[in-house]
Ligand binder design. Sequence first.
Ligand code: PMP
Length: 432
Amino acid sequence: MWIWGLRVQFPSLTPLNLLMNDNGMQKATILGKEKNAIETRVDLMDKRVQRGKDRGVYAFMQVSDKVDGIHLEVDGRPMIQFSSYSYLDLNGHPRIQEAAKKSLEEFGTGTHGVRFLAGTLRVHIELEQTIARFKQTEEAMTLPSGYAANLGTLAALLNRNDIVISDKLNHASIVDGCRISGAEIKRFDHNDMEALERALAESPEEATKLIVTDAVFSMDGDIINLPEMVRLKKKYDAMLMVDEAHSLGVLGETGHGIEEYFGMVDPEAIDVKMGTMSKAIPSVGGYIAGSRKLINYLKHTVRPFIFSAALPPASAAAAKAAFEVIESEPERVKKLRLNTEYFISGLKKRGFNTLNTKTPIVPIVVGHEYNTYTMTRIAAEEGIFAVPVIAPAVPAGTDRIRATVTAGHSIPDIDRALGVFEKAGKQVGVLF
Ligand code: PMP
């Protein structure tokens, strides 16, 4: 079993005997005491995490005591952030802070429950109108998180007679949404439009088909071939849902996202536009934007909208202000683009494999789990905060540091990180 890159493998841990009970269920005795399957999983995870900590390579859930843009303090040590999703460095922006404070004063810290019943505030409606305008759709709705938006929307749109066609590297929230929808799932090779066409062509003509994809892939940083995807969706009479978690504020001359990047103005290209407000937008919550009828349907069927609390008013107001700041300060998008190019080309020049990234998500492929953890530790010792991503979260042999660069980094910050990664890469043998 794999949990978030941590392999929980029965035979690898000793002393541990596997037994089968009368129903053929796995049971285990650990140090002589019989454990049920749940206790066994819990124990194994505990051991694995402890082993990582004992070796000094456990890199998850580190606590930042202070945050000032890309500058952090972790365990009393100053660090430069190289794994932030705050692509435009908007966290702490005065106008956004002010909007959150004003809304806090006006509405308090919480809501009176779920959006569907008593939780809808004026600030939610204003945010949704802002998103609809930003994404050029008739309407939009907000949800407690991006995860909830994908899960709830896919489950509400699809049923078991339908076919959902999903890129193999789509985010976990899409994978989970496809699963709980009950629809037939067809997965096509990553960004392979011929494979997508085969999946569409093999599907019965009369079946309802939804293609779903990330715009920018969260592990590799590459961009979906949207123009070809739209051509195929039209040819095969399918619908298209696109997750803009990592393209909103990032792609396109003015940060409006994937359509702007490809210069597409067709209002019928994407039927369901999903995004999150936890990355370039420094808040929390997910959104779906689309036609008036689609949003009306989803507001009455998406379970996290109906059964989970509304966004706190300060978060909603902060998100609305952030959309406005993206438009009023376009220089941030430009700086992000320049920093991205500088960081990727610097890594390539030093001999790193950064796959196919064209965005601020930059994989630094190490190819081996332990070396990846070691490189992360060396970087941390040098004051660079970056996170490891290990198979099976990524394909075997592509274990990596998944670095990100933002509009908040200066060229000297990036130079410093490049030097540290080079030194760490040489120490673990990725660079020679
Ligand atoms: N989609 C993608 C592509 C993501 O990367 C993420 C978050 N990592 C989500 C959806 C979920 O968004 P949220 O954090 O707002 O739940």
